[in-house]
Design a protein around this ligand. Structure first.
Ligand code: 5RP
Length: 233
């Protein structure tokens, strides 16, 4: 395991401390929170932890099933106690950019139903100003080129349809993903989110504002938990 992967593992596993028996847990998507899911499964099998989970993607659903975490429909619950998820960037105000794994819509639906959100990250994700990663935006396949053109004018930057090996990336919801190459310049993430959401054709945007309560952060010095002073934890 290389250093970057080791940091993901440290952060992902450490975040399990927030999870207690009886909790309804949102399970995020990505290569960092993957370690959280694996560790929760281990604790259920070996230590008597008893939880139910709601996955934020088909990939996480499959992983959670493999490790024995019972899954339920979000709508069958009266909310979730916590969601643990990864991020692509977080800033000093605990605002996030997510969607590098194209799961942002389900991630945001689950996060909005959670009493608390804990993010797992390594220190490459910590930024002073959001935007270097770009902003992932889930858009409808219908007229996606038109929506991209509108977004490009709105944000005054290149907006690219995400592709892998020449094919459009499709989300678990059958939509496309666009990436706005805005650069580290998002001074007002709340306003930027609202402006993007106002464009017809946009399904959801990967700006997660005022949702994150804590970041479990791994670096070469070890793991630490940054608590949002305005958060719910
Ligand atoms: C998926 C996400 C991921 O949480 C984000 O991309 C971080 O992933 P990783 O831990 O693999 O870097 O938002 O839509």
């Amino acid at each position: 395991m290389n250093d970057a992967e080791a940091l993901k593992k440290i952060a992902g596993e450490a975040a399990c401390e927030f999870v207690k028996t009886g909790m309804r847990v949102g399970l995020g998507t990505g290569s960092t929170v993957r370690y959280t899911v694996l560790e929760l499964g281990r604790r259920m099998a070996e230590e008597g932890l008893d939880i139910v989970g709601v996955p934020t993607s088909i990939a996480t659903q499959e992983l959670a099933t493999q490790v024995g975490i019972p899954l339920v429909e979000l709508g069958s619950l009266d909310g979730l106690d916590i969601v643990i998820d990864g991020t692509d960037e977080f800033d000093p105000q605990f605002q996030l950019i997510k969607g590098g794994g194209a799961a942002l819509l389900r991630e945001k639906i689950v996060a909005q139903q959670s009493k608390a959100m804990v993010v797992v990250a390594d220190d490459r994700k910590q930024v002073d100003c959001l935007g270097a990663f770009g902003i992932p935006i889930e858009i409808t396949p219908f007229a996606c080129d038109v929506t991209i053109s509108v977004l490009s004018s709105l944000l005054n930057c290149d907006v690219e349809l995400r592709t892998i090996e020449g094919k459009h990336v499709l989300t678990d919801n059958g939509n496309c993903i666009a990436d706005a190459r805005i650069g580290p310049s998002i001074d007002d993430p709340v306003a930027t989110e609202a402006h993007i959401l106002n464009v017809a054709g946009v399904v959801q945007v990967g700006l997660f504002n005022n949702m994150c309560d804590a970041v479990v952060l791994a670096s070469g010095e070890g793991v630490s938990t940054l608590m949002n002073p305005n958060g719910r934890l």
